[in-house]
Design a protein around this ligand. Sequence first.
Ligand code: UTP
Length: 488
Amino acid sequence: MKNNLLHILRPFGQEHLLTFWDALTLEQQQHLAAQIEAIDFQQLAKFYANRNHPTRTLELADKSADPYGYKFSSVKSTSRCFARKPITTLEAINAGNAALAGTLSQGKVGAILVAGGQGTRLGFNHPKGLFPIGVVAGTLLIQIHFEKILAVSRRVGFNIPLAIMTSPATHIEITDVLEKNNYFGLDKADVFIFCQGTMPTLNESDGKILLELRHSISLNPDGHGGMLAAMIKKQVDKNLSVIEFFKNRGVKYLYYNQIDNPLAQTCSPEFLGYHILSNSEFTTQVIRKKDPTEKCGNVVRIGESLYMIEYMELPDAIARRINSDGSLHIWAGNTAIHAFNLDFLERMSKLPDVLPFHTARKKTTFVDVNTGIINKPTTPNAVKFERFIFDLLPFADNAIVVEVDEANHYAPLKNESGAVTHSPEHVQLQMLNQHTSWLKAAGAIVAPNTLIEISPLFADSEEIVIKKIKPGTIFNSPTYLRTNNNEI
Ligand code: UTP
């Protein structure tokens, strides 16, 4: 077996993977051999050679124009996005609600939550979805998302089916927590857990594949774009693919959220309505950038198609361009909240290379093959190859953006405690600000520095808080508002 493996590895300079071979048990050898046999070494060598070439070119950024789109009525800024056809807020909300309630003749809504990332920047010892983010009750990120789906389902009178994507790095822990907590109130039959694929992680300086253990290759999840390939695979335990799961439920529109953003509004009727009424196959929520070089994806239009240009692939001079009124030329920052038509995703999933691989530089723990010792680097040492779901934008018919306000939609947990933005404290402050502002809008009196956390089951919008909280109610100690039946 060893000689056969050497035969595979030698042409690509990856023989170091067998450094510990002779000391492994038979079972460990079989595990390592299976991993090696599953790798496309030629593809990997090509990706490594191209690692410094961005997939988006200067030319692409240079031609960019304002995307077509709409904005939420709550957005105060003067946005430069142009509707292809007029749709009023009320029309959008009505269409979205009809699809959510399953009464829109064109189809129903399903939700998809991606939770496969390794969360390397956060440095938390568990999947990011299990981070206790709630300021009063320490509610887990995943619970907030599940309760939002439950709240919407109860409101519209239709159980929104949910698919949640895990990866080998997160699957067991997430599944355990869901089982132990009875799916946070959702019906287990309405939840489809599926696991994404992986890519080998390489040492940045020489392209050698890293070993996670002496008998195991370091594999990273293949990016949130890995969702596309994972959606058409039949899950062994259910004999069903994600696409089939949704089709069986009559779903036509998918609402996509990422686990790390507790402010993401799940299944917003207004957002869905713009998507449906404009016949868009892929609609994405954006926020107005405050700074030209903000570290976020940038949605632009080139010709009739929308593209997402990652910040590291956007030349500085182009990012800094301004319009005659002083506003940023490239202004639409990615929130990673999308709506897709299910048949669009199905069509795209049949094109295996539709999504390119991007290179990310991350810290990765590895076994030093010279010493056998586990090394935990403090700076990025590895390259990972990942696919991004937003690269489907240019392939979608009538793709649009919908501008939303950051304070109510976007607070992703990315960085470790102490970082200036997207740290646990920063996200908690954004959640606290939102919940406090809802209470104040209801006429409540919130004493300074009072910690407030509102479960989506109590209220998932200002409107509902206004209906439930009496003007003059005083909050002067830490308060967690949660009911299990959508009543006070
Ligand atoms: P990020 O790109 O921020 O990655 O993911 P991450 O894993 O959370 O964190 P870092 O970059 O390692 O620090 C954004 C969202 O996409 C999901 C994550 O779970 C998160 O919700 N994701 C990311 C996946 O589901 N799979 C992946 O392969 C990557």
